[in-house]
Design a protein around this ligand. Structure first.
Ligand SMILES: Cc1cc2nc3c(=O)[nH]c(=O)nc-3n(C[C@H](O)[C@H](O)[C@H](O)COP(=O)(O)O)c2cc1C
Length: 324
């Protein structure tokens, strides 16, 4: 399938694997890219720009297809060396960067000069329009359903995507709540040029996370995610567990008076313990409502193939249409 997104990024299928902290290693990005979609390494999971450079080199050994790097600008305890990460991306010859979390404007001239295309992930139409205005090449529009940070507007994709289509001139992908060909066709119907998936890619053979993580996604229904850090205006959609219940209890108790310090011990540094060591109660971790649609752990090439085959079948012969 050819769309403006496949043309922009030089990929076969209009499917992107969103950056994911402690999931987006070279193994995942290479497997996604080898399947004809766009794999993405998560920069900030690498402790230093030098480590990111090695990860990019490792990925390049595993695939000769295009892959990208995610650069996330979110509030963090220690400010990362963004200049160093951008240099590692450019020197590593990466041609796609997914930015998220904050306005990427200051990095655009440097990246564009090096021939890098920027897709900015946003959770509102006004931020998508701003991304277009500052010169981003594409946007990823992330609905309220999404795993990770859905923003503070709470607009689901049924509204957000057609609104984005009405306002944008640059190509965009739909993100959040998508697991299969039905989600791809619906996204195209809303005016998107492809899809971005996070949670679905974690429950795959190649995802370099502990088996317990994959099992917990399969066991979860669409009712099992919660929103934490609402009180800090840094909302994150996570899979429910005892640590999440404790964080929510602290948020209820402290209300407006809360600061990050009040929940820091429940959150900071937990991702590797959960995602790599499989201690599923160690802390909150991002997961989308789409977990309710996921009940297998396929090879990534089979997943992509089945999404494209299902999309093709729907487009050709929709079972709900008796006559037109
Ligand atoms: C475990 C996990 C970690 C994530 N980490 C990041 C991240 O570091 N940066 C980012 O921009 N998005 C991150 N995301 C969001 C994804 O890139 C993607 O936008 C989101 O998962 C889409 O929603 P879905 O899970 O319903 O497919 C993360 C998502 C998950 C599930």
């Amino acid at each position: 399938m050819k769309t403006k997104i496949t043309e922009l990024f030089g990929i076969e299928h209009p499917i992107i694997q969103g950056g994911m902290h402690y999931v987006g290693f070279a193994e995942l990005a290479a497997a996604v890219s080898n399947a004809g979609a766009l794999g993405i390494i998560t920069a900030l999971t690498q402790p230093t720009p030098g480590d990111l450079a090695s990860e990019i080199a490792r990925c390049r050994k595993m695939t000769d297809k295009p892959f990208g790097v995610n650069l996330t600008f979110l509030p963090s305890v220690v400010q990362p060396d963004y200049q160093g990460y951008v240099e590692a991306i450019i020197e590593g010859g990466v041609k796609v960067v997914e930015t998220a979390g904050n306005n990427p404007q200051q990095w655009l001239p440097l990246l564009h000069e090096a021939g890098v295309k920027i897709i900015h992930k946003c959770t509102s139409v006004r931020h998508a329009v701003k991304a277009e205005a500052i010169g981003c090449d594409a946007v990823s529009v992330d609905g309220f359903e999404c795993g990770g940070h859905p923003g503070e507007d709470d607009i689901p994709n049924y509204i957000l995507l057609p609104r984005a289509a009405d306002e944008l001139s640059i190509p965009f992908v739909a993100s959040g709540g998508i697991a299969d060909g039905r989600g791809l066709v619906a996204s195209l119907a809303f005016g998107a040029h492809g899809i971005n998936m996070g949670t679905r890619f974690i429950a795959t053979q190649e995802a370099p996370v502990h088996e317990n993580v994959k099992k917990s996604i399969i066991a979860a229904s669409e009712l099992d995610t919660r929103l934490i850090m609402r009180t800090l205006r840094n909302t994150e959609r996570v899979l429910n567990n005892n640590a999440v219940e404790r964080v929510l209890e602290i948020e209820r108790e402290l209300g407006e008076k809360i600061t990050f310090k009040d929940i820091q011990s429940e959150i900071a540094g937990k991702y590797p313990i959960i995602l790599q060591q499989g201690e599923m109660e160690a802390g909150p971790w991002s997961c989308g409502m789409v977990a309710g649609l996921i009940d297998d752990v396929p090879k990534i090439s089979d997943l992509i193939e089945s999404i494209m085959a299902q999309a093709d079948a729907i487009i050709r012969n929709h079972s709900a249409i008796i006559a037109t």
